[in-house]
Structures are given as C-alpha cells and as structure tokens.
Ligand binder design. Structure first.
Ligand code: BDR
Ligand code: CA
Length: 319
C-alpha cells in the first residue's frame, strides 16, 4: 500500500488526479494540503474541502497552505480554472475542519510519522514543499519520493513561452525542491501534453463511477472553453492526471534522469532546464574546471508515456 500526501491547488485537473488516486486500492491517501496557484489559497482550501467531503475523505487531515509564493508576486489562473477554481460550477457548503498546523508543518509531521513510506504528490506550486524542507531539511532522507506535476523540460511552457504554470507561480520554491536531494519524479508538460483525453472518454468519466464525477463533469465546460483557444476541440490535456498515473502505473512511462535547473528571474522565469552532466568549462590558464551541474539535484523527468495504456487506465479507474 502506497501512502500518499497530496499537495494541491484544486483546480480542475487536480480534481481528476485526486479521483484517480481514490479509485486505486493500492493507494492510501493519508492527507491533503492546499496551496495558492490556480486561485487563492482561500479558494483552493475551500475546494479541497468540497472534494474531500464528496469523496468521504473528510476525516483525513487537511492542512491549509501558503497564501503567497516565496519571493515573486502572487499570480493565479482564474482564466483557466474559473474564478472559484472549479470552473465556476456551483459548490456546496463545507463543514470539515482544518489541521491545527499549516501545510509545511503537517507535511513534516506526516513524513516523520511514517519514515521512508510517504510519497508526496505536489500538483500545484511548490511553496509548501519548499517551506517544509527549509524548516526541517532532514525530511529529505525520510520521504520515499516526491512526484511532481510541474515544469516543461524539452518543450515550451504553458503560461509563458518558457515556463509551466506551477513552476512559474513559485520558481524559487521549484528550484529549492529540485536541488534538495530527495528522489524527485517530474511529470512536466513533456509528458502531460502527450496524454490528451478524447471528449468521448471525458463524457464517460463525467457520468462515471467516481464519487468526484459530478465535480469533473461540472467543472469541465469552463476548461474546455479555455482549451478551445488553443485549438484543442475534441480532447483535453489534464496535466495533474499524469502525475497521478505515474503513482498508479509507473511502468507506462519512459524516464530520463538529469540534473535540473529552474530559472528564477527574468523573461525565462520558471523555465526548467536539463543541464548537461560533467565538465562544462576548463580555464585554459589555471586549468580550473567548472561544471554546470555541480550544485544541481538529479531529477527523474518523465519524457514519454504509453498513451493507449494511459487512456485505458483513466477508463478503468474513472468510468
Ligand atoms: C498545472 O497548472 C495548473 O493550472 C494545473 O492544475 C496544473 O497543476 C499545469 O501547468
Ligand atoms: Ca494543479
């Protein structure tokens, strides 16, 4: 049984990702933290409660995360996910309570409670994860793995030409998390964009067996409208589902292990760069050697997926 802590900014595709984990008997969701991202943390926390109550997870810990990124200004994406973060569908009242501690501390606590057992699944900006690391760096050796939706390593970004949204929304946090030294698996746009889900399957999922089906169905029309701007008419890319799919079936993916750097400033802020390994430059006079990857962490980047099997998985768990 895989123990998973989800750090999320729900979020339309976040909802699908959570639904996928819920459906797998080998996954135990041990708690959820919210983070600003698609909308403010006030709204993502509310949405997390809506989803947890609908899914029967309301007795699990829900830890409210950070309001702001580490260093850049707050930026959200209501044009993608709706002003309420769930496609502006009507949402019910919520009743569940929140953890007494905030997300970074809750993440530290769960990793210390279950050493070497916790998989962190961040599918929003990485601020909570970076703060947990800054407060308690020893969690690096206690966590099992960190499986992230974020970045665009060998392809263009989606929020700027260079950057994917989760990395763009807190590039300093992303760079900290990449270089911390834990086992990081990155489901970036490289692989997420390959797993586009046909409209017919989306409709089946919306009418499917998941307890979250009403939210997937209700939030999707807003997202579809956004995707049509990018000529995605009969299909949708739902990036967070790819990170969830990796937890359910890692064998579907091709992995490239590389030192990874995240740009934190300028026009390319949030860009994720695979850095060549080894010697980069040798000073002809002193023969001193400089290597571009000297202070970077190795990251397992998902570069390809068996799309047919990914779609079968979506159908198996959600229809
Ligand atoms: C990521 O940004 C958010 O809009 C999505 O929920 C996903 O986590 C995709 O770039
Ligand atoms: Ca997300």
């Amino acid at each position: 049984m895989k123990k998973v802590w989800i750090d999320t900014d729900p979020g339309i595709d976040d909802t699908y990702a959570i639904a996928m984990l819920l459906a797998d008997a080998d996954i135990e969701i041990v708690g959820i933290s919210s983070v600003f991202g698609n909308v403010t943390v006030e709204k993502t926390t509310y949405n997390a409660k809506v989803l947890m109550e609908a899914a029967g997870l309301d007795k699990l810990p829900l830890a409210r995360g950070t309001n702001l990124p580490l260093h850049v200004a707050l930026d959200t994406s209501p044009f993608v996910h709706g002003a309420n973060g769930l496609g502006d569908m009507p949402l019910p009242e919520v009743h569940m309570s929140e953890c007494a501690v905030r997300a970074p501390q809750a993440i530290i606590d769960v990793i210390q409670k279950f050493p070497h057992e916790i998989t962190l699944l961040p599918i929003g900006p990485l601020t909570n994860i970076a703060m947990a690391y800054l407060i308690e760096p020893s969690i690096v050796d206690l966590v099992k793995e960190v499986v992230i939706m974020g970045g665009a390593v060998h392809c263009p970004g989606n929020i700027t030409p260079a950057a994917e949204a989760n990395f763009f929304h807190d590039p300093h946090a992303a760079q900290l998390v990449m270089s911390a030294g834990w086992n990081v698996v990155l489901a970036g746009l490289d692989v997420c964009d390959k797993g586009r889900i046909p409209q017919a399957l989306l409709e089946q999922i919306g009418n499917g067996k998941s307890l979250l089906a009403p939210y997937m169905k209700g939030a999707l029309p807003f997202f579809r409208h956004f995707l049509e701007l990018f000529a995605m008419k009969d299909e949708a890319s739902l990036p967070d589902t790819m990170a969830a799919a990796y937890l359910l079936k890692p064998e579907l993916f091709t992995v490239e292990s590389t030192p990874l750097y995240v740009e934190t400033e300028g026009a390319c802020m949030g860009q994720s760069l695979a850095v060549p390994r080894g010697k980069w430059y040798e000073d002809p006079g002193s023969q001193a050697r400089y290597s571009a990857d000297a202070h970077l962490g190795m990251v397992d980047v998902l570069v390809d997926v068996d799309v047919a099997k990914f779609l079968n998985l979506m159908e198996d768990v959600l229809v």
